[in-house]
Design a protein. Structure first.
Length: 445
């Protein structure tokens, strides 16, 4: 009987271990909540002081504290780590609020994120400054970017569109009020098109005008035609469309001057023009010319784009520029335009120089992260802004058919703008298949 009991206990232990292993790979959120969280919390609690000392995140105590420790507590005076103020578990990791002692700054903690990640045995550690003297360690217990699924509560509203998931489990939103102009870079098959589809899918549900510039004969943007107010499919047409946008920008500035305000959102709702989002796919096509006589038209188009990037935010015109490379090698005006694009999203790239084009001037620390994106992880990108902050993100898989279906569903939100009438895409007609005609059979006499 004892042998049978031992066998049953062994079998139960093996089944339990197998179940935990299955949950770790197939249901990581469940595994983290039941097993990973208690283990990580305990590891953090018992090794916190020693880990901070090894990582160089301690300072010498003040004279009064050293005196009290030496003479009253009769203990050895040791360096002081940041004080733990709050530990809050989440469904994906831990949020730990630290009070920094005098002599430490958030950048010191951020520089040790990789060492802290290995010391505490978590997937990633990021640092966020909450208020002066405090930072928040955001630990992620498992790879949330392996299978991305946005929460149901992440819905487009205002001018904010949820498009991806950060590595700390929070939602990455494209907020046009906060970051009006943006640049998205990525090599072929890096997931850049998937990012665009998620963006269009969210924008289609908002009361905004969508303008597409796709100089590859519209192969990407044609499917969004029911929701587009304008579409340019070649450089010549794109130049005329951009000129029309600059003229509309001037008229909107006249409206602001008439009412004595400096921002479109200060106007009464009944007078406020509709916001416009300009989606530019493969921006390099606007710079390339095949003959010298086309250079003047190219330079004019680029300069008009720079004008939009500089001033159009105040009148509700926003740029979303995408491409594989974007730098001075494209031609005159490229760096001037890039300087106006505040938001940066860089997918997997073919060389370090491309990553530096997108992130080097705003978040130098993110360049190495962008160059280390694996080829088998399409959709993974590094998102940065002019504040110097950056994070890894990944967009959920969205097929072209899904994005096109949303555009057809919300086609009634497409605003009718007279100045865009010459560029309005024709309604896409579905050609019915030809009826099958049975072959003619002639019987022999």
């Amino acid at each position: 009987m004892s042998d049978l009991t031992l066998l049953l206990e062994t079998a139960g232990a093996l089944v339990g271990a197998g179940g935990l292993g299955y949950a770790k790979h197939r249901a990581p959120r469940v595994y983290w909540s039941t097993v990973g969280l208690p283990l990580t919390w305990g590891r953090f609690t018992f090794s916190y002081r020693s880990t901070m000392e090894v990582c160089g995140l301690t300072v010498q105590p003040t004279g009064m504290r050293a005196f009290m420790t030496r003479n009253l507590a009769r203990r050895e005076v040791r360096p002081v780590p940041p004080k733990v103020r709050r530990v809050r578990p989440t469904s994906t990791g831990l949020r730990i609020t630290l009070r920094l002692p005098a002599g430490l700054e958030p950048a010191d903690v951020a520089a040790s994120c990789e060492r802290l990640r290995h010391a505490f045995g978590v997937q990633s550690v990021t640092v966020s400054g909450t208020r002066p003297g405090y930072v928040e360690l955001r630990m992620t217990g498992y790879d949330v970017l392996r299978r991305v699924r946005l929460p149901r509560s992440a819905q487009p509203q205002g001018l904010r569109v949820p498009v991806a998931l950060r590595e700390d489990g929070t939602v990455f939103e494209r907020d046009y009020r906060a970051v009006p102009m943006a640049l998205t870079l990525g090599a072929t098959l890096s997931g850049k098109s998937v990012y665009q589809r998620n963006l269009v899918k969210g924008l289609a549900k908002l009361p905004v005008g969508l303008i597409g510039i796709d100089c590859k004969r519209g192969v990407e943007h044609n499917r969004y035609a029911p929701r587009l107010s304008a579409l340019a499919t070649d450089p010549d047409m794109a130049g005329r469309l951009i000129d029309a946008l600059v003229l509309e920008m001037s008229e909107r500035f006249d409206l602001l001057a008439l009412h004595g305000v400096s921002d479109m959102w200060d106007l009464p709702a009944k007078l406020r023009p509709v916001p416009l989002v300009v989606l530019i796919d493969e921006v390099a096509e606007l710079f390339f010319v095949t003959s010298k006589k086309d250079e003047a038209a190219r330079d004019r188009t680029v300069m008009q784009l720079v004008r939009l990037g500089q001033m159009a935010r105040a009148v509700g015109i926003y740029l979303e520029v995408c491409g594989q490379r974007f730098g001075s090698d494209l031609g005159r005006g490229a760096t001037a335009l890039r300087a106006q694009l505040t938001g940066r999203v860089v997918h997997r790239v073919n060389d370090k120089q491309t990553a530096e084009m997108g992130l080097g001037d705003i978040a130098p620390d993110a360049v190495m992260a962008a160059t280390s994106i694996r080829a088998d992880r399409p959709g993974v990108a590094v998102a940065g802004d002019t504040s110097g902050g950056w994070s890894r993100i990944r967009t959920p898989e969205t097929t072209p058919a899904e994005a096109a279906a949303v555009c057809r569903e919300f086609a009634h939100l497409t605003p009718e703008l007279p100045f865009l009438a010459p560029f309005r895409p024709p309604a896409r007609q579905v050609v019915p298949p030809m009826p099958t005609v049975p072959p003619l059979v002639i019987s022999q006499p």
